[in-house]
Design a binder for this molecule. Structure first.
Ligand SMILES: Cc1cc2nc3c(=O)[nH]c(=O)nc-3n(C[C@H](O)[C@H](O)[C@H](O)COP(=O)(O)OP(=O)(O)OC[C@H]3O[C@@H](n4cnc5c(N)ncnc54)[C@H](O)[C@@H]3O)c2cc1C
Length: 275
């Protein structure tokens, strides 16, 4: 790993000033469980890391104005073990607690998981299905981006240099949801395929990870199911549609065909819960 400068500012403004002053080779350091690995493996050449964990107020989960806000430095363990998240959004808690090991989750953050923009980011599917919004701070001010517009490609988001994600929020509603993760091992393994299905009345939000260059919503399948009463035949049709809507690749974890089959299995098992 090459040498780099390290800063740990205590305000957002200072963090943004450093990022802008140091230029394109300055990166945000959150839990470091992705970025440090990439630097070690020489996949990322950083001259400077700006650690945002000392910035006050980013480490909280806030329930306010009928929204839930997950702060920019909230740890995966703190999200997954939060009593209200466990009670109202168990599928989000399960996704957070499915990541890595206890040790990894005591460093890694939910926002880091999203900003890293891996196609298989486990907290991405529940947050996509919840229609989450990403809150961003920069020298130009603040902006909010729909999570569905946030991912561009593998490890590429719409964020510009000098922009810091201060949190991710979603409407505080009563919803039913199911998170599913398939992986080769039960613990400390990346998803071969992951998905979240949320039901609100007769509307279904369906999202999948590891089946396209970014985590995605299955909009065609959602539109097909909208307003309909679930039957076994309808579920079969929806599963077939979903398996055609995704665009997986074959890699060391699974073949394209296996992933398409798993999308069917995960959607079927989820929808059968509400038959
Ligand atoms: C052993 C191990 C197992 C793992 N298992 C899983 C797994 O099962 N599932 C899974 O999804 N991931 C897994 N991961 C990957 C990783 O732990 C997660 O993606 C983690 O949530 C990243 O969060 P972080 O805070 O460590 O991010 P960091 O590594 O600090 O940052 C990741 C990227 O996001 C950027 N970033 C971070 N925060 C912000 C912000 N606030 N604003 C703008 N940009 C920001 C950084 O600049 C960097 O590019 C694993 C990693 C390890 C080492």
């Amino acid at each position: 790993m090459n040498r780099f400068e390290y800063f740990a500012p205590t305000t957002l403004k200072k963090a943004v000033d450093i990022l802008n002053e140091k230029g394109e080779k300055a990166f945000i350091l959150n839990g470091g469980t992705d970025i440090i690995v990439r630097m070690r493996d020489c996949l990322l050449n950083a001259d400077c890391l700006v650690d945002i964990k000392k910035i006050d107020s980013l480490d909280k989960i806030i329930f306010q104005n009928k929204r839930v806000m997950i702060g920019g430095t909230v740890l995966l363990n703190d999200l997954g073990l939060h009593p209200i998240i466990q009670k109202k959004y168990p599928f989000l808690a399960q996704a957070a607690l499915s990541i890595g090991s206890k040790q990894v989750r005591n460093r890694a953050t939910c926002v880091g998981n999203i900003c890293n923009a891996s196609p298989l980011a486990d907290t991405a599917t529940p947050l996509l299905a919840l229609d989450a919004k990403v809150h961003v701070y920069s020298a130009a001010g603040e902006r909010t981006i729909l999570l569905s517009d946030f991912f561009v490609f593998v490890r590429k988001t719409v964020l510009q240099h000098g922009e810091i994600v201060t949190g991710i929020s979603f409407e505080d509603n009563d919803v039913l949801g199911i998170f599913t993760k398939t992986s080769r091992r039960k613990e400390v393994d990346l998803s071969t395929v992951c998905s979240t299905v949320i039901k609100k009345d007769d509307v279904y939000n369906i999202s999948c990870g590891a089946v396209a260059p970014t985590p995605i919503r299955l909009e065609k399948t959602e539109a097909f199911l909208k307003g309909k009463t679930l039957t076994k035949n309808l579920i079969d049709e929806a599963c077939l549609m979903a398996s055609k809507e995704v665009k997986p690749i074959s890699d060391l974890r699974a073949t394209e065909g296996y992933r398409r089959e798993m999308v069917k299995v995960m959607l079927r098992n989820s929808l059968l819960e509400w038959l």
